[in-house]
Design a protein around this ligand. Structure first.
Ligand SMILES: NC(=O)c1ccc[n+]([C@@H]2O[C@H](COP(=O)([O-])OP(=O)(O)OC[C@H]3O[C@@H](n4cnc5c(N)ncnc54)[C@H](O)[C@@H]3O)[C@@H](O)[C@H]2O)c1
Length: 287
């Protein structure tokens, strides 16, 4: 997708961090925006701010883990603008813990938002985007955690590895069908957002019970994520990288060469090629 102006973008997780920055950057390109998030009041503030700046943005409070809610989001988007050209499946949550000890609710929550949330987006939008036959693009947000060997965050890292795999399948399917839809999977390094405070959006039925899965490693990783993201880059940097990835139809939108997360990814590839066991610490402590 080369042209953005006047076209329609849907961004999930748009109330905060990377999604909010992406919404702002797409608005600068004169896109019409449908913004979704589970945090309704923060979402409304983002949409109102954009509207006050003369941009076209509607807020649709949505829990992406719920298929019906994402179907309703698509209905609303098509009702409002008659088309969708760019779908950014960005909403995500983080949970740390020892793989064998983390409660099922940690896995259910991370997979519900990070994986099923994206699948819900694909199911609700891709058939209609294909039917329209116009140039379009799907952006799925994974993480450099999907491309590196990461301890103490299996619920998150597993979910992001699934997003990578899902995006590769979708890319190859679009190629096989000679479709006009491009696909990108975004694998960010560390950005200054509220991902370390993702628990704020955890639904009551998936709360951890008492000290379930508590461990010094979980505690340490939770602290490390907060500290590392707080000193991370400004999310607008990533928004520009994503836009470039869409324009150039890059499947893999990765941390740049020279970044410690890209080095860790390269080291993992070297380990795989050599059949060697993973050896290193993770930059930033686990994200
Ligand atoms: N910040 C980083 O360093 C980093 C690194 C790698 C990947 N990521 C990924 O980037 C994406 C954006 O996260 P962020 O860093 O901006 O964090 P953030 O917490 O600032 O923003 C995430 C947004 O997703 C929303 N959200 C959570 N659950 C939702 C649900 N069920 N339905 C709809 N919206 C929901 C939150 O309300 C929030 O507005 C996530 O997928 C995250 O995993 C972030």
């Amino acid at each position: 997708m080369k042209d953005f102006g006047g076209r329609v973008a849907v961004v999930t997780g748009a109330a905060s961090g990377i999604g909010r920055a992406l919404a702002g950057a797409l608005a600068e390109l004169d896109m019409k925006l449908v913004l979704a998030d589970v945090e309704a009041s923060a979402l409304n503030e983002v949409a109102e701010g954009l509207a006050q700046a003369g941009r076209s943005a509607v807020a649709v409070p949505t829990d992406v883990s719920q298929a019906d809610a994402v179907t309703a989001l698509a209905e609303r988007a098509y009702e409002e603008f008659g088309a969708v050209h760019l779908l950014c499946n960005n909403a995500g949550v983080f949970a740390a813990g020892l793989s064998y000890d983390a409660p099922q609710s940690d896995y259910d929550w991370c997979f519900g938002v990070n994986v099923w949330g994206i699948l819900n987006g694909l199911r609700s939008f891709v058939p209609r985007m294909l039917e329209a036959g116009e140039p379009g693009h799907i952006v799925n947000t994974a993480s450099m955690a999907a491309l590196t060997s990461v301890p103490f965050s299996a619920p998150y890292a597993m979910s992001k590895a699934a997003v990578l795999s899902l995006s590769e399948s979708l890319y190859l399917e679009m190629q096989a069908r000679s479709a006009s839809l491009g696909v990108s999977v975004v694998c960010p390094e560390l950005f200054d957002t509220r991902i370390g405070w993702a628990e704020r959006n955890r639904p009551a039925h998936l709360e951890r019970k008492d000290e379930e899965g508590a461990s010094p490693e979980r505690e340490g990783t939770e602290q490390a994520i907060k500290a590392a993201t707080a000193t991370g880059q400004e999310p607008g940097v990533l928004a520009q990288r994503i836009i470039e990835g869409v324009r150039d139809n890059q499947l893999y939108v990765l941390a740049p060469e020279g970044d410690p997360w890209r080095d860790a990814c390269n080291a993992r590839l070297d380990d795989l090629r050599a059949g060697r066991n993973p050896g290193g610490a993770v930059p930033g402590g686990g994200e």
